[in-house]
Design a protein around this ligand. Structure first.
Ligand SMILES: [Zn+2]
Length: 171
């Protein structure tokens, strides 16, 4: 049994979740909870572990995937559960700030919904970068990511179920 299992465990993650990802786990869109704008997609989830997280759990399901959620606290004592993404369609408020970063080595900038301006999370970029960069520079880099607050998002499929017409209204 172990001889069968071990080779499977050694497969690189890319082999398991790479080319066939779209068939294995359909992409799920994440919407701004305030206005419904599409701000992120499950294919862009990228876990960035932080030693400064107060806790980490794996029990949030996005689409059909279980994804790690990290809990952080800001200097004012407010706590946020966040998911990290390679990219997200948010408005970034530069200049980036180095102090109180939850991801050492990275500066942060507040990220808001481009449509309703709700605070959705923060973008992170290397702190050796200039404090102002362009959206293109941010998005093309492999060293940048976005942390979105989980309870400010809504899953598209969940939103769709809210719009289903109750059976009693169908003729
Ligand atoms: Zn919005």
């Amino acid at each position: 049994m172990w001889l069968v299992l071990v080779p499977l465990l050694l497969l690189p993650v890319s082999r398991l979740s790479g080319q066939n990802a779209s068939q294995d786990s359909p992409d799920e869109l994440l919407l701004c909870r305030s206005c419904g704008l599409e701000v992120a997609a499950s294919r862009d989830l990228r876990f960035v572990a932080s030693a400064l997280a107060l806790a980490q759990r794996n029990d949030t399901v996005i689409g059909e995937r279980r994804v790690p959620v990290q809990l952080f606290q800001n200097p004012q004592g407010l706590r946020f559960q966040v998911l990290t993404f390679k990219r997200a369609a948010v408005h970034r408020h530069w200049p980036a700030e180095e102090q109180f970063s939850w991801f050492p080595g990275h500066s942060w900038a507040v990220a808001t919904c481009p449509r309703c301006h709700s605070h959705l999370g923060w973008s992170f970029q290397p702190n050796v970068w200039p404090r102002h960069v362009t959206d293109e520079e941010f998005e093309e880099s492999e060293e940048t990511f976005v942390a979105l607050i989980i309870d400010r998002l809504l899953q598209e499929n969940f939103a769709a179920t809210l719009l289903l017409v109750p059976k009693s209204y169908r003729s």
